[in-house]
Write a protein that binds this ligand. Sequence first.
Ligand SMILES: [Zn+2]
Length: 56
Amino acid sequence: MMRGARRALADIEVALARMRDGMYGLCRACGSDIPLQLLTAIPKTTLCLSCQRTTG
Ligand SMILES: [Zn+2]
């Protein structure tokens, strides 16, 4: 029952850690800005749309 919430919390902590590093919102593959719309939909995403397509 708590497993889902715990997992979501972990995702948020990862996002916060990246924010502290100044890396949040930047694609880890190509370094370009990840659209805010995508970050809002998938807060833990670390790849921009085009890199997600290429890496599958
Ligand atoms: Zn990219």
